[in-house]
Design a protein around this ligand. Structure first.
Ligand SMILES: [Zn+2]
Length: 100
């Protein structure tokens, strides 16, 4: 049995709730400086319809970096602002709603 979306009742592979959600989400990308001068890229603003874990996995493999998820925010080691923006665009997020 296919998994069914809790929101629209369609099977997950037909459901576009996630896509609609992506188009309206305001995502924020910021780079902060952690201890020992290490940069960390934080991606925040995802709502509960977004599979943050899936995005996080994609980003980690595309950027070949370490990272974690904390409070529904993606943390990536290093400064990846521009590349993260590109990945989010490819995933269907609206460029004008990405604050980077
Ligand atoms: Zn749905």
């Amino acid at each position: 049995m296919n998994e069914v979306c809790q929101k629209c009742g369609l099977p997950k592979d037909l459901c576009i709730c996630g896509d609609i959600a992506k188009e309206t989400q305001k995502i924020k990308i910021r780079v902060i400086n952690r201890r020992f001068g290490k940069n960390v890229t934080i991606v925040s603003g995802f709502d509960k319809n977004t599979d943050v874990k899936e995005l996080w996995k994609k980003m980690k493999s595309k950027l070949a970096c370490g990272g974690t998820i904390r409070d529904n925010e993606i943390e990536l080691q290093g400064n990846h602002k521009e590349k993260v923006k590109q990945i989010l665009k490819n995933e269907g997020f609206k460029e004008e709603l990405i604050d980077a």
